[in-house]
Structure formats: C-alpha cells, structure tokens
Design a protein around this ligand. Sequence first.
Ligand code: SF4
Length: 353
Amino acid sequence: MLLYLHIPFCDSKCSYCAFNSYVDKFGQREAYMNALHTQLFHELDRFEVSVDNPIETVFIGGGTPSTVDPKLYAPLFATIAPFLAPDAEITSEANPNSATAHWLEGMFALGVNRISFGVQSFEDTKLKTLGRAHNTAHAIDAIRTAHAIGFKHLSCDLIYGVIGDTQESLLADVTMAFSLPIDHISLYALTIEENTLFETKPQMSQEQLELTQWLFSEIESRGFTQYEISNFGKTPSLHNMGYWQHKDYMGVGAGAVGFLKNTRFYPSTDVDCYSASPLEIHTESLQANALLSEKLFLGFRSCVGVEASILTPTQAKTAQWLCEEKLLHYTKGRYHNPNFLLADEIALRVEGY
Ligand code: SF4
C-alpha cells in the first residue's frame, strides 16, 4: 500500500510547470493541512489500512512540500505511525531554496528518510531560463545539509532538452551531481505544456535523441542503473516502483489521485474547494482493457516489465515476435523492454495498434 500526499504551494511558478500548484495561497496552509488530515482518515478506512495491510511507502509531493513547516506535518505522521511498515520508505520532495536546515531537521525527526530535490540544473543561467527560484549554491548547500543531518537516500531532479543545452553543459550537471552525496537522479526532458509561460515559446524545448542517449549512458557509466525512462539510481524509489507495479495507492490532497483495485479516486484540484470539502471525491471505474493498457505502458517504460499471462493470444504473439527481433526480452514469465526510449512504440505494438 502506498500513500501520496500533495502539497500544492510553491514560492514562485516555474516557466514550464503545469502542475497543480499555487503561489498565492500561503494563508491557507493550516486549513489545507487540516483538510489533508480529514481525507487521510477517510482513506485509511477506505483502503482498510492496518498492521496487516501496512503503508509501505509515503511520498510527499507537490508543489513544494518544503514551503510547509514540519510542525504542520506532525499530526499526519502521528496518524500514520501505527500503520507504517517497519522499513517504510518516506520521501519528501523539496526545493533547494526552502529546504532550510530547520525544515530538513524537522522532517528527519518526523521519520522522512528520503529527500528528492528539485535541482533541475547546477548552472545559474539555465535555472534562470527555467524560471527557478533557487541558484546553484542553494542546491549544493541543501544536498550537503540533508546528508549531514542523516537522510539515508537523496535524489536530485535534472532537466534536459532545454534550449542552449550542449554535451558540455549536461556533462557539467552530471559531474556536479555525482560529486554530491546522492544515490538517485530523476532526469526529465523539458516538455511544453498548456497554461505555462513556455506555452508560447515552443523553441525552449530542444530534445535531441543522440544527446539523450549519450546522457543516459553517461549517468549509467557512473554506477546509477536506469530502472525507468526518467529514473536512475543505486537505490530505486520504491514508491514509484509501486505505481509501475500497479499497487494500490491512497492519493491525499488537492489534485492527488488514488487507486484501489479497479477504481480511481479524484479529490478536487482546487485548493479552496478541497480545503472546504476534502471528502468530495469523484470516482472512476476502470475497464479491464484500460487497466491492461496501463500495465503495458508502465511496464515497458520501467524494469517492472509485463507479465506474460495478462496478454491476449494475439498480444502474446506480437510480444514473442518482438523478442525474436530483440526488442523485448522474456524472463521468468515477464517481458522486459531493454530500451526505454522505445517504450510507447512497443506498448502500442503489443496492444495491437
Ligand atoms: S517548484 Fe515544482 S511544482 Fe512548483 S512551479 Fe516549479 S516545477 Fe512547478
């Protein structure tokens, strides 16, 4: 069982970001955190969480979780404490400018054992281009401070495919990342989304296949295994692995999504509506073919792969043919994709498109 908590507040809006985040709602933090607590109780009940059905991973994402003081998280942690698996992975995202020593120490004391920093680049010009609120020095300081405090696992997000990226500049980012005490990198290609500052500047995104392949191999050559199209590490994020393995997850917060068996749960995305009525949750039943399609797309994008027994006879034939073409591998009842950059194409092929 996984638990996701969404914090929709940010210090400023990055130019490429279409996430559900607000820069002008800080006055509502307490009301929002109380609403989270109300929904959390409801979900613990709905998902029948107990010592025998414990929470294996917690992920606090956003938005920017480091914009909320640890003391406002304390009641949530007190509520989940009896249901946490003994070795639960507890991650919080954080931005380098707001992840102060005070914030990091407070989250560590609550039991967070993994921090995922929104670094994006170690080059100030690129950070400005992306509209980030921090600079390189903030990022380096925050990672070192987190390590000194004792966090077991540290990750940093990097963005590539940005106008001006060169092999040299990306190498500088990777080299700096590996000089820091991290065990994981999430690597995202810049995409242009609707309702962002970059919407009218599509030229900001400049993904080049050769550079992407080079970047992947550069990170792998330094000892981080690519276990999903955007994720590399010595230790994988168990929470993300859980999504790709199609485990049940509670989604708590404005714009979070929950999943139980074949049903999705959608609380309101609007912070005001959510704070007023956190239990107004829309549900969606997923048909068997939609679930199968998701398993194909998530499985072929990651080391999870796809269980052969879920495929129809026609799909199994296609998968077998892809094995002969060396585009898939078959081991222990599962098909695995050795080249994540081809994941969507392979999933569509197997699905029958
Ligand atoms: S900090 Fe993250 S969530 Fe907030 S605006 Fe920037 S990219 Fe979006």
